[in-house]
Design a protein around this ligand. Structure first.
Ligand code: UD1
Length: 419
């Protein structure tokens, strides 16, 4: 088990280029299996979830080559439609492979997906969507089996705007006979990135960013393409929270501010100065953060659940009392107990937490219970007195391309000890 060792009390200063988006890269890598040409993806983040996805593609038989943040795939060589057990269990996004494999082979088998333990994460909307396209879906000893060589377009209404279900259905629908319309679709920017990628490989998808998506079916030959993955709004937001909590002045480049409206407005409420360009942002903070009256997570464009833990760390050192409500996942307050070890004052019941800010947190030995919990604890360590050790950083590496390196570049005193 690896750990970060952080000496708190140093502000963050400098300029940083933000990594490509994990939540865009994973479905796009899955969609690549639909192609028989060569797919080149640039700005693909070097993170463990992407490594796992590439290993899945390799095990299915696809050619996989990677150099820094460029990935070259030869999906035409893939011959298998059964996903490796261990990897599908480890990576929740392995569920995204169902739609594209069904598109390509008429059959897809995966083990119930794993991933961060942020509550019960059902896949019923994914499976109901694929069934609506005519796939036969069955479950056998923990495995999901989808079969259907004759998928047909359909009108599909999602009971909830699930990001993953929207993406899975988009990918399967591209090869169905006839057109598909998804209503109450998720509106996250990563859906738009997937739409752009699908269009780059010859599909016709439109509507992303609104809650109604249209997919023209019938695509047969999927050509080669070169595609650049969008910037990671959550990695960017994490660094911004670090500056808000520890102080300093940082410019982030290669970001899309338009995707970050909800988080930026909360940073302003905390008293940060933001200077916003089209694809760059400078944040400056030279005082203790003010409390944030209410943070409530919602699907995009609401406040993202993936930023809730990092803002929690910020509220823990704010001047007043903040209230945080988590609406998406029932088990996403696992950072509370860890932050409390550092002196955070938190009262939590069900989906609501009340955080009474303290002047200083104290360094402690804490444990990353999930990816964003790990990011929150790292932020807390930056502004705590003394030394904080964050254990289990393998979970942080799932989604951040060297969070420690990024923070060190900005002047943080953080080292990594591999386990
Ligand atoms: C994606 C993101 C994740 C983010 C989440 C919400 C990726 C790789 N992951 O996850 O980082 O936290 O969006 O923004 O893109 N649900 C069902 N049935 C389903 C599917 C989902 O009930 O079949 C529920 C979930 O339990 C949850 C809610 O819908 O309460 C949102 O989940 P969803 O949008 O599907 O998240 P993911 O796609 O898993």
């Amino acid at each position: 088990m690896g750990r970060f060792i952080i000496e708190g009390g140093y502000p963050l200063n400098g300029t940083l280029r933000v990594q490509g988006a994990k939540n865009a890269a994973l479905p796009i890598l899955a969609a690549a299996i639909m192609s028989e040409g060569e797919i080149t993806l640039t700005n693909c983040p070097q993170i463990r979830d992407v490594d796992n996805m590439l290993e899945i593609l390799g095990e299915l038989g696809a050619g996989v080559e990677r150099q820094d943040d460029t990935v070259k795939l030869l999906p035409g060589k893939a011959s298998r439609s059964v996903m490796p057990n261990r990897l599908s269990k480890e990576l929740r996004s392995s569920i995204f492979m169902l739609g594209p494999l069904l598109s390509r082979f008429g059959r897809a088998v995966c083990t119930y997906p794993g991933g961060c333990e942020i509550g019960h994460r059902p896949v019923d909307l994914h499976l109901r969507g694929l069934a609506a396209l005519g796939a036969e879906v069955s479950e056998e000893r923990g495995r999901i089996i989808c079969e259907g060589t004759n998928l047909r377009g359909a009108e599909i209404h999602l009971d909830y705007p699930s990001v993953g279900a929207t993406e899975n259905i988009m990918m399967a629908a591209a090869s169905a006979r006839g057109d598909t319309c998804i209503t109450n679709a998720a509106r996250e920017p990563e859906i738009e990135d997937l739409q752009n990628f699908l269009n780059a490989i010859g599909c016709s998808v439109w509507g992303a960013g609104t809650s109604t998506l249209y997919i023209r079916g019938g695509i047969e030959h999927i050509p080669s393409a070169v595609y650049r993955i969008m910037p990671d709004r959550i990695a960017a937001g994490t660094i911004l929270c670090g500056v808000a909590a520890a102080g300093g002045k940082v410019t982030l480049c290669d970001i899309c501010c338009d995707h970050m409206g909800a988080a930026l407005s909360k940073l302003r409420e905390a008293g940060c100065l933001l200077d916003q360009g089209k694809d760059a942002l400078t944040i400056e903070m030279n005082h203790r953060p003010r409390e944030i009256k209410l943070i409530e997570t919602y699907p995009y464009p609401g406040f993202p659940t993936d930023m809730q833990a990092q803002f929690f760390a910020l509220c823990a050192v704010a001047e007043g009392t903040s209230v945080i409500v988590e609406n998406l996942f029932e088990n996403r307050f696992r950072h509370c107990a860890e932050l409390a070890k550092m002196g955070a004052v938190i009262t939590q019941k069900d989906r609501t937490a009340v955080v009474r800010g303290v002047k200083r947190l104290s360094g402690a030995n804490v444990y990353a219970r999930d990816l964003r919990c790990g990011a929150a604890l790292t932020i807390a360590g930056l502004c705590a007195d003394g030394i904080t050790t964050v254990d289990n950083i393998e979970l942080i590496d799932r989604g951040y391309q060297g969070l420690d390196d990024m923070l060190r570049t900005l002047g943080a005193h953080i080292t990594r000890e591999d386990g």
